[in-house]
Design a protein around this ligand. Structure first.
Ligand code: AKG
Length: 306
């Protein structure tokens, strides 16, 4: 049986014309409708994580802050492996429920990133780091672990930019057969900026309260704005999600137009296992490096799956 048969081939939330019919079909409540309409229109939607979310933010800060003391540590990847609070916040049922309704496939968190101060990251879309076939079954969830100030270098984004065509390394101007991470800075970042300028899409910043989350669509252009107050903190947790039964890959090192995709073997934070990539319902081979990395995570993780 084709394992993909029961899932949509395009996320309903990425298909503005089909969205309203989808919301009626699933008998969506008011909160879900508002969330999906924002995500469809702007490529970004806010969720209030409530009292549980705010309490978890405090726990994450208490558990993680000392890890940033080592000089030079700017971000901590996959702290969910050792922090129960990070794991819980990254897999909150409220967020998973909204993602399931918006995308029509079960979501799964596959990685977390903790930050203590603003990232000042170049504007990019996650579709250059992580993508899927069918396309756009990926999103980011950014949680404010404290009240964010404008001076701390908040998340910046271009509403509507997710509707632009996905920019691949080749489309950005990388002409050699094996794109490298260096090509990202020299070619992809300026090419994306040029596209945004040409499209005239405005840039906004996200000044959130503790316990608020932002979901961004896979192709939304976003990054970190400049830090104005060097003493400020901007504690945040970013969780990246894929959705069930897709082919997961790393576009930056793929030749997308020629069909040579660097397949990924993402961990599923909810189950603690891996999600083997699939194309048309069939398992896709992944490289040995991916298998070793996934095995190490399975060995390292604590037993706090949900
Ligand atoms: O938090 C930020 O400033 C940017 C985070 C980001 O772009 C990402 O994790 O993809």
């Amino acid at each position: 049986m084709n394992a993909n048969r029961k899932w949509p081939e395009r996320p309903p939330v990425e298909d503005e014309h089909a969205l309203e019919a989808h919301l009626d079909r699933i008998e969506a409540d008011g909160e879900t409708r508002a969330f999906c309409r924002d995500l469809a229109g702007d490529g970004l939607a806010r969720i209030d994580l409530g009292a549980e979310g705010r309490a978890l933010c405090d726990r994450v800060v208490a558990e993680m802050d000392s890890s940033f003391e080592a000089r030079g540590v700017g971000r901590i990847q996959d702290a969910w492996l050792r922090s129960r609070a990070v794991h819980r916040l990254a897999t909150l049922p409220k967020v998973r429920r909204l993602l399931q309704l918006a995308y029509g496939r079960p979501p799964f968190a596959f990685q977390t990133l903790n930050f203590r101060v603003g990232t000042q990251q170049h504007t990019h879309a996650d579709t250059i780091h992580f993508h899927s076939l069918p396309e756009r079954f990926m999103c980011g969830v950014w949680v404010a672990l404290e009240d964010i100030s404008e001076a701390s270098g908040p998340l910046a984004y271009h509403p509507g930019s997710h509707k632009l065509p996905v920019l691949t390394m080749k489309a950005a101007g990388v002409n050699h057969p094996r794109p490298t991470p260096d090509d990202y800075g020299t070619t992809y970042i300026p090419a994306l900026q040029q596209r945004l300028d040409a499209a005239g899409l405005p840039r906004r910043t996200a000044v959130l309260r503790k316990g608020e989350a932002l979901v961004w669509a896979a192709n939304l252009a976003h990054g970190g704005s400049p830090i104005v107050d060097p003493q400020s903190t901007r504690r945040s947790l970013v969780t990246h999600f894929f959705f069930k039964d897709c082919l997961y890959y790393t576009p930056m090192t793929s030749e997308v137009e020629d069909g040579r995709l660097s397949a990924r073997l993402p961990t599923n934070l909810q189950t603690g296992g891996v999600e083997w990539p699939r194309a048309n319902g069939r398992l896709v081979p992944v490289g040995l490096g991916q298998i070793v990395e996934a095995a190490v995570k399975l060995l390292l993780r604590r037993t706090h799956t949900v």
